[in-house]
Structures are given as structure tokens and as C-alpha cells.
Design a protein around this ligand. Structure first.
Ligand code: NDP
Ligand code: OXD
Length: 308
């Protein structure tokens, strides 16, 4: 089988080697050296140019290098083929690590001490146990579910929100629109790990910020279009929010003149919250390629009608 690899961010050499080591019959062709497009039966891609996959007449399945497939679904020419997203232990572990890091950053008030350092001001706040900080996780799927477990294991009070009810030890589950207000009520830190869909676009807005505990913090790790940027600037300006760490943006890379770059209470990271290692990610893709070859059901299929 021939597989096309396209990504401007992932290392094609490492992925090709990891895949071909697991599947001796597989030939990986790295864009733009694709050879005869008619020979390509599978594609492993991250943000391919719109229209690219429609040019492959014998494509049978699309594998995403990312967990979020919103950019793929936005391509109106995307072939109606099985589409599988990335679910990979290294992606999950690194996301939970980042979520825990940032929850601890705010819980231990490092933002405050940064400000005080700039003013050469020596003043200590008595630390409080993690159990006194309530963290809300929006999205309790592969990533949000593991992040919730990790934070709960660390001792935070954790609440999660998803479409369907979840049972996760130490995590209060809120489900659907009816329980959204209960989920938000009094949160000290909110972490967004939702997929971007028509229902979740612009969900991080002034209305949501107003329901959190006064001086709450936002950690946004999902997609730029979840966030109404002006509402965040206003909420931080007015002190409704204490601060935010934003990893994902409507426009990436974030333009140099964007107000988030220089805002003292908004921290920017360059879409780096989590990553797939080729060694573990290739295992997941190889399993699906074997399934495709043998006519068995694929794993991690996107349900297009839901948008994730
Ligand atoms: P999953 O599909 O496994 O989980 C999605 C979760 O969101 C599910 O719990 C789902 O509920 C919930 N959900 C979806 N729509 C709604 C809604 N309308 N209301 C309430 N809950 C909803 O996705 P992953 O956990 O694998 O990934 C989540 C997102 O993280 C990705 O889509 C991507 O945008 C982002 N991401 C960001 C990265 C970064 O580096 N910044 C890296 C990787 C991913 P239910 O369980 O009931 O279906
Ligand atoms: C993803 C991402 O969706 O890296 O996997 O954003």
C-alpha cells in the first residue's frame, strides 16, 4: 500500500521510518514527491491545503496527525471517506502534563510573583491546598478525560463538562447544555479541551467568564475559534479574570501586532500544548492501516454529523 504523508510541522523522515518499520509492505511518500496519485490509498496529514486529498482518485482512508479535525472538515472538497483522528498515548500524556503545569502555575500564584518580581516586591501569600482550587475541564474526551484524572490525582477539586455523562473517579461530571451553568459556577480555573464544532465556536465569551469565580483564570488549549478575543481582553482588563494562558489562536502564527503578545496578564504559547511522538503515533496509524488492508473496522473514526 502507498501512503501519502503531509505536514509542515511534523518530521517526515521520522514518521516515514516509524511507519515503514512497522509495515514492511507500506511505501510512504512525502508531499510533494507523491509519484503517481492513482497509487495512493491512504493519507496521513496535518492541515493539508484544501483540495489536496480530492486529487487522489483511489484514496480509501484519511488519517489525521492531529486529534482535532476541524481544519480537515472545513475543506468542502474533502472526500467522503473514513476519517480517523489521532488518539495517541504521547499526545494524551503531554496534554495532561501541560494542563497540570498551568493549573499549578495559577494555583501557586506564579503569575502574581512574576508581577511582584518586576516591582522588586518581596511579599508572600500563604499557599493553600490544591483541594481548595476548583478546576473545570471543558471536554472530557481522550485528552480532557485524562487531564481531569491527572488533576484529580494531584488533589484539585475537578469538574468536567461533556455532551454525555462520564464516570471518572474524583471528577464531578456535568453533561449537556442543561448542566452548563452548574459546571461553570464558581470555577477558579477553566481549561478548554473541546473540539471545534458549530456548537462550541465562540463558547469562551463574556457570558461564560461572568459565571466563573471572581478572578478566575482561563487555560485555553483547544482551538482559536472557541474564544471571543475581545471578551477575554475586556474580562482581564476589568479584573473579572485574573489571567489567561492561550495556546491556540484564530490566526496562527499569532500576528506580531496582536494585543495578546504584550498583555501583562495574558500568556501566549505557540500551539505547543501536546505532541505526538512518531514512535507511539505510528503504532496507532499502523494498526489502522492493517485494519484497512484486512477489511476490519477502523479505530478513532470521526463522526462527521457530530463534527468530532
Ligand atoms: P475527543 O473527541 O476525544 O473529546 C471531545 C470531548 O468534548 C468529549 O468529551 C465530548 O463529549 C465533548 N464535547 C464535544 N462537543 C461538545 C458540546 N457541544 N458540549 C459539551 N461537550 C462537548 O477529543 P480530544 O480530547 O482528543 O481532543 C479535544 C481537542 O483538543 C481537539 O479537538 C483539538 O481541538 C484540541 N487539541 C489541541 C492540541 C494543542 O496542542 N493545543 C493538541 C491536541 C488536541 P462526549 O464525550 O459526550 O462526546
Ligand atoms: C491536534 C493539535 O489537534 O495538535 O492534535 O492541535
Amino acid at each position: 500500500m502507498v501512503l501519502l504523508f503531509y505536514s509542515e510541522e511534523d518530521d517526515p523522515v521520522a514518521w516515514k521510518a516509524a511507519l515503514e518499520a512497522r509495515l514492511p509492505d507500506l511505501e510512504v511518500r512525502v508531499w510533494p514527491r507523491i509519484g503517481d496519485p492513482r497509487e495512493i490509498e491512504a493519507a496521513l496529514v496535518w492541515r493539508p491545503p484544501p483540495g489536496m486529498l480530492a486529487e487522489l482518485p483511489n484514496l480509501r482512508a484519511i488519517f489525521s496527525l492531529g486529534a482535532g479535525i476541524d481544519a480537515l472538515l472545513a475543506d468542502l472538497t474533502l472526500p467522503e471517506l473514513p476519517l480517523c483522528r489521532m488518539v495517541d498515548p504521547s499526545l494524551t500524556r503531554s496534554m495532561s502534563e501541560y494542563a497540570l503545569t498551568l493549573a499549578l502555575f495559577y494555583h501557586r500564584r506564579l503569575d502574581l510573583y512574576e508581577e511582584r518580581q518586576r516591582a522588586a516586591r518581596w511579599r508572600m501569600e500563604m499557599p493553600r491546598p490544591a483541594a481548595e482550587t476548583t478546576v473545570g475541564i471543558m471536554g472530557l474526551g481522550e485528552l480532557g478525560g485524562d487531564a481531569a484524572r491527572t488533576l484529580a490525582a494531584h488533589g484539585f477539586r475537578v469538574r468536567g463538562w461533556s455532551r454525555s455523562r462520564k464516570r471518572i473517579a474524583g471528577v464531578e461530571s456535568c453533561a449537556g447544555g442543561k448542566e452548563f451553568d452548574r459546571f461553570l459556577d464558581g470555577l477558579d480555573i477553566v481549561i478548554c479541551l473541546l473540539p471545534l464544532t458549530p456548537e462550541t465556536e465562540n463558547i469562551l465569551d463574556a457570558g461564560l467568564f461572568a459565571r466563573l469565580a471572581p478572578g478566575a483564570c482561563l487555560v485555553h488549549l483547544a482551538r482559536g475559534a472557541h474564544l471571543v478575543e475581545q471578551d477575554l481582553l475586556d474580562a482581564v482588563q476589568r479584573g473579572r479574570l485574573r489571567g489567561a494562558v492561550i495556546d491556540v489562536f484564530r490566526e496562527e502564527p499569532l500576528p506580531p501586532d496582536h494585543p495578546f503578545w504584550r498583555h501583562p496578564r495574558i500568556r501566549v504559547t505557540p500551539h505547543t500544548a501536546s505532541y505526538s511522538l512518531p514512535e507511539t503515533g505510528a503504532e496507532v496509524v499502523a494498526d489502522n492501516i492493517r485494519r484497512l488492508r484486512d477489511g476490519r473496522p477502523l479505530r478513532h473514526l470521526v463522526r462527521r454529523e457530530r463534527g468530532y
